[in-house]
Design a binder for this molecule. Structure first.
Ligand SMILES: NC(=O)c1ccc[n+]([C@@H]2O[C@H](COP(=O)([O-])OP(=O)(O)OC[C@H]3O[C@@H](n4cnc5c(N)ncnc54)[C@H](OP(=O)(O)O)[C@@H]3O)[C@@H](O)[C@H]2O)c1
Length: 241
């Protein structure tokens, strides 16, 4: 098996914690970032990993960055499709740009990044693909038709690809985090956050490290019997069937 892991959005927030955990677990980590070069450089220095700039919504850029990572480090064994954005708004006021930005960054990106790594994984008969979905892809969320659609789409992608790749030793799973303390949620109004936390039975938001722990579990070579699963980590806020 290859111990090269790509983490998209791997230099900030949940992705940075995933990069750290996979590095600690012995993987060679290539973290992809969108535009925040300062955070990427700081992450490289702090974690001792490599960072690569790539817009995950751009299919050709993803093909190029995977080729570069494979040339630098070797074939990819683990892909974590984590990069994501929000562009919230009630649907009756949502622009086509808000819709397209979220669908292309959060959902098209899974095709754009997975397609260039899948044949190498098939050839090596090993792979771990982990797609970071969301509680709001499971239950829907007011003001997030775009985000909820993209994150629900990732769950469908996970379940279909898991069936196609199972015989090749490649597992495909999704993680559905609840509300996690990162830059993505720090931009929310305090009263909105307070009302959300009031509805979380464990009484707090989750941490990026808790999400990284679950991704590392799915990435392990010992997790070969788990595929097509959606692991929920939301403090009991939404308990899906
Ligand atoms: N935080 C939560 O409560 C929560 C809950 C459920 C699910 N999630 C999901 O978890 C994932 C990580 O969220 P987070 O809270 O850690 O977000 P974050 O702190 O805002 O970090 C987002 C990361 O994604 C990267 N990114 C964004 N657009 C990109 C693009 N077009 N191309 C490449 N990279 C791009 C960013 O790169 P730059 O640093 O260059 O900007 C950054 O590294 C997302 O998919 C999010 O939807 C988050």
């Amino acid at each position: 098996m290859s111990n090269v892991a790509i983490v998209t959005g791997g230099t900030r927030g949940i992705g940075k914690a995933i990069s750290k955990k996979l590095k600690d677990d012995g993987f060679t980590v290539a973290a992809i970032y969108g535009g925040n070069a300062e955070a990427a450089k700081a992450c490289e220095e702090e974690l001792g990993i490599s960072a690569y700039q790539c817009d995950v919504s751009d299919v050709e850029a993803c093909e190029s960055v995977v080729a570069k990572i494979e040339a630098d480090h070797g074939g990819v064994g683990v892909l974590v499709n984590n990069a994501g954005i929000t562009r919230d708004g009630a649907f009756h006021k949502m622009s086509a740009d808000q819709w397209k930005a979220v669908i292309s960054t959060n959902l098209d990106s899974a095709f754009n990044m997975t397609r260039p790594v899948i044949n190498g994984m098939r050839d090596r008969s090993f792979g771990r693909i982990i797609n970071v979905s969301s509680i709001n892809g499971q239950k829907g969320q007011f003001g997030q038709t775009n985000y909820s659609a993209a994150k629900a789409g990732l769950i469908g992608f996970t379940r279909a690809l898991a069936q196609e790749t199972a015989k090749k030793g490649i597992t495909v799973n999704a993680l559905a985090p609840g509300y996690i303390a990162t830059d993505m949620t720090s931009g929310m109004k305090q009263e909105v956050l307070d009302s959300i936390v009031a509805g979380i039975p464990v009484g707090r938001m989750g941490t990026p490290e808790e999400m990284a722990h679950m991704v590392a579990f799915l990435a392990s070579k010992d997790s070969g019997f788990i595929t097509g699963a959606v692991l929920t980590a939301n403090g009991g806020q939404y308990i899906a069937a």
